[in-house]
Design a protein around this ligand. Structure first.
Ligand code: F6P
Length: 374
């Protein structure tokens, strides 16, 4: 049986690390898909649920009120087995059995890689399911999109936490190292450092060796301690992608500071460490992430129902795109529909410092590092 109107059945899944705003994308996919006459199914627990056949029909009542909830109502998983073709064949069979011919995949790099393989006509033979991705990851490490879902909420969470840490740091003239998520990408560390008025940001794109990192913190502490005004504390935001365990960093910085301030009580110069961890990924999505999830889903689901495949809905790409790579959406001038294969190539470039954007991100911090301390 086919749905009235388009005669289409589509599925939506969330995969990989959850991101605040995923629910907004599920909701908009459901509402816009249904309004266009399609039947919409949610897949529970990402690709794992796709392989196991965990489908649930989604209607307006199922997505009511979810806009304001963090996480994802469909659940998410990291499904390593999806790298195997036989497992993807099982997923395609589950879709075909239900007459579902299009899938919206909401997730990050790994999830979008899975989407491209799922819809690969060479691999599938016959008619593979159509796939359109929606970038969702707090890391902001996905190519060809200015932002992915969850980044804004995560940045706000970090800023709120750092504001609190700054109060106690200021009261005691202390140095805090605050570690934030972001896997291999320093975007959250960089932007939250600016937005919270931190004194230093450490991120993997800078490629600094351990000694330079330690020295940069010590220099920052020296600089803030030479201030005559009230704020003599230092806040350092460290991205988790900087391959230096935060406890080791603290030890090395403390050793060095003891040498620089031999007459001070060691307790008064010792740094404090806060690892924000998964706190950064949770919480109610910001208004912007709700909007972003809704708008990207609008573009994605319309593309899918229009018969497009191997695409991703993108938010204001930060690079010029040749026509064959992407085009502005006719439904939303802030959104683009970009080639999924090109997204994955650019993501890889971004994560390995080969992209001009990655170089710009690192370079701009070189230029402003001293200004952060003023
Ligand atoms: O990709 C999102 C992210 O939160 C990263 O920032 C982090 O490195 C990773 O996921 C943590 O993954 P998990 O929740 O599986 O520990």
């Amino acid at each position: 049986m086919t749905a009235p109107g388009t005669g289409r059945r589509i599925a939506v899944l969330t995969s990989g690390g959850d991101a605040p705003g995923m629910n907004a994308a599920i909701r908009a996919t459901t509402l816009i898909g249904r309004a266009a006459g399609a039947e919409v199914y949610g897949v529970e627990r990402g690709y794992r649920g796709l392989v196991d056949g965990a489908f649930v029909p989604l209607g307006a009542a199922d997505v009511q009120g979810i806009l304001r909830e963090g996480g994802t109502i469909l659940g998410s998983a990291r499904c390593k087995e999806f790298h195997e073709r036989a497992v993807r064949d099982r997923a395609r069979a589950q879709l075909a059995e239900r007459g579902i011919d299009g899938v919206v995949v909401i997730g990050g790099n790994g999830s979008l890689t899975g989407a491209l393989a799922l819809g690969d006509p060479d691999e599938a033979g016959g008619t593979p399911p159509r796939v359109v991705g929606i970038p969702a990851s707090i890391d902001n490490d996905i190519g060809l999109t200015g932002l992915s879902i969850g980044v804004d909420t995560a940045m706000n969470t970090i800023v709120e936490a750092v504001d609190k840490i700054a109060d106690t740091a200021t009261a005691h003239d202390r140095t805090f190292i605050v570690e934030v998520m972001g896997r291999d990408c320093g975007y959250l560390a960089m932007t939250s450092a600016i937005a919270s008025g931190a004194d230093l940001a450490l991120f993997p794109e800078a490629g600094r060796p351990e000694k330079e990192i330690v020295d940069s913190i010590v220099d920052t502490v020296m600089a803030v301690r030479s201030r005559t005004r009230r704020h003599r504390r230092a806040i350092v935001i460290k991205a988790e992608g900087v391959q230096l365990p935060v406890e080791r960093l603290k030890e090395r910085v403390d050793d060095s500071l003891r040498g620089r301030f031999p007459s001070e009580d060691p307790g008064s110069i010792e740094t404090r460490v806060t690892v924000l961890g998964h706190v950064v990924r949770g919480g109610r999505p910001s208004g912007f992430d709700r909007l972003l999830g809704s708008r990207l889903a609008n573009v994605a689901v319309r593309a899918l129902l229009d018969g497009r495949t191997a695409k991703m809905a993108a938010w204001m790409p930060p690079v010029e795109l040749p026509e064959e790579v992407g085009a502005r959406s006719s439904f939303d001038p802030y959104c683009w529909l970009v080639d999924l294969g090109a997204v994955l190539v650019e993501t890889d470039n971004l994560l390995h410092g080969r992209s001009p954007l990655a170089r710009w991100r690192a370079g701009v911090f070189d230029e402003i590092e001293e200004a952060l301390l003023l």
